[in-house]
Design a protein around this ligand. Structure first.
Ligand SMILES: Cc1cc2nc3c(=O)[nH]c(=O)nc-3n(C[C@H](O)[C@H](O)[C@H](O)COP(=O)(O)OP(=O)(O)OC[C@H]3O[C@@H](n4cnc5c(N)ncnc54)[C@H](O)[C@@H]3O)c2cc1C
Length: 404
């Protein structure tokens, strides 16, 4: 009997391919007018489709659901994803941090390759078709309802994605379908997203290429990494902040004590010597100008404020105590976090279908026979670097191979 895949994103397309190449009759339903609308915007339009690393390293980059995903990542690891795309005609390249992209730098080529592989295996597609309900009876899937008809199927793969970037079609429909069938949902929160912060909007637009972000909770170290950070109109974003957001997405950011080291290459002694040199060379200049050798102007103003030094103060009037405070503000600038930005801007949704109710070997529901899950609809997520699409591919592949 026919197998239905709901959702034509990364997970649904891979599930459709895996099921059809196993000899099943497969129909994929997608509510948008085209497939892979979200894939199109991934990796800034270039699609970082996986990370070229072994499974054990991969799993270290999974934030939630690592144990559940272990089998899927070993069975369909990044190397298999790369082989799949290359065998279906998409040349790949590996960039910094083992991030994998199509050589063409076009995310649309990733969707086209998935579609081509599906069609070659006999998958049928229906676009502009929104599923409204999954029908089940006696603990078994019977089919799906769309706005206009009932489509019978003995197996259904639910691959409707999460809640982030709802304009791409991820509007949380799958959570509602799963809950209606008795599945438990872990509350959804935005993840891999910018964080609102107090008093830094004056520095908006400034990107700091090389700083260390440290986060502590109750005195315990939560996170400390060197990298890039971007100041925005609402607070902070950029790679370091996205990673931190994944750790805070189910927490209260306000209780996290965050500091920024703007000069990680200089210890306090060396930084002190550097300041003394600058101050003596530019003794009659105002601090806001002297600081420009160290930081972009708007950021320098924030640092001076944190150190309690007037921007107009002359360098030769800065006291030793003020210099110490300036060193502290440069090495441990206090970043007061308020809250994570919303789903509209989040790369990923944290939360979703409770993994305890899903068989990790097949992605089949333990509650409703014939119902399978794949991709972001599951309560699993990872850091940036190609890991989230790989989760979609691995779970999609297992679900497609799991259909009976
Ligand atoms: C801006 C941005 C950049 C990203 N960049 C990367 C990256 O470079 N690398 C990476 O690994 N990850 C990246 N991600 C994350 C990645 O895109 C997701 O993890 C991945 O797309 C999830 O795939 P999915 O198939 O589970 O869900 P989706 O891609 O969201 O697909 C779900 C599909 O289901 C359809 N659908 C929903 N409801 C229904 C319904 N009722 N009936 C029919 N169809 C329905 C939707 O229209 C959609 O097409 C990025 C995310 C964003 C937002």
């Amino acid at each position: 009997m026919r197998k239905i895949i709901i959702g034509g994103g990364a997970a649904g397309l891979m599930a459709a391919y895996a099921a059809a190449s196993g000899g099943h009759e497969v129909l994929l339903l997608e509510k948008n007018e085209k497939l892979g609308k979200k894939i199109y915007i991934t990796g800034k339009g270039r699609c970082n489709l996986t990370n070229d690393c072994p499974p054990d390293e991969f799993l270290q980059n999974v934030v939630r659901g690592g144990k559940f995903l272990t089998g899927a990542i070993y069975r369909f690891p990044p190397a298999e994803t790369m082989r799949f795309f290359e065998e279906h005609g998409l040349a790949l390249k590996v960039e910094r941090g083992s991030r994998v992209f199509p050589v063409s730098d076009h995310a649309s080529d990733v969707t086209k390759t998935l579609e081509r592989a599906c069609r070659a295996s006999g998958v049928s597609f229906r676009l502009n078709t929104a599923v409204t309900e999954i029908a089940a009876e006696g603990g078994r899937v019977q089919g799906v309802r769309t706005e206009t008809e009932f489509l019978p199927a003995d197996n259904v793969v639910l691959a409707t994605g999460g809640l982030s970037y709802p304009s791409t079609g991820s509007t949380g429909d799958g959570y509602r379908f799963a809950a209606a069938l008795g599945h438990t949902l872990t509350p959804c929160t935005p993840s891999l997203v910018g964080i609102e912060a107090e008093g830094v909007s004056a520095a908006q637009g400034i990107s700091v290429k090389n700083c260390v972000l440290t986060a502590k909770r109750g005195g315990k170290l939560l996170f400390s990494e060197q990298g890039e950070l971007l100041f925005t109109h609402y607070g902070v974003s950029g790679p370091l902040i996205l990673t931190l957001s994944a750790l805070l997405s189910r927490d209260t950011p306000q209780q996290t004590v965050c500091t920024l080291d703007f000069k990680p290459a200089l210890d306090e002694k060396k930084l002190g010597e550097r300041l003394l040199r600058d101050f003596s060379e530019r003794a009659n200049e105002q601090m806001k100008n002297v600081m420009r050798g160290l930081l972009p102007a708007q950021l320098a103003m924030l640092v001076l404020r944190a150190a309690g030094i007037r921007a107009e103060k002359q360098a030769n009037a800065v006291t030793q105590e003020e210099r110490m405070r300036l060193i502290a503000a440069l090495k441990a600038f206090p970043l007061k976090l308020k809250k994570l930005r919303g789903f509209e801007e989040a790369v990923i949704t944290s939360g979703g279908v409770d993994l305890k109710e899903v068989d990790p070997k097949t992605m089949q529901s333990k509650i409703v026979r014939g119902l399978f899950f794949a991709g972001e609809v599951l309560d699993a997520d990872a850091f940036t670097g190609g890991f989230n699409l790989q989760i979609a591919f691995s779970t999609g592949y297992l679900a497609g191979k799991g259909v009976e």
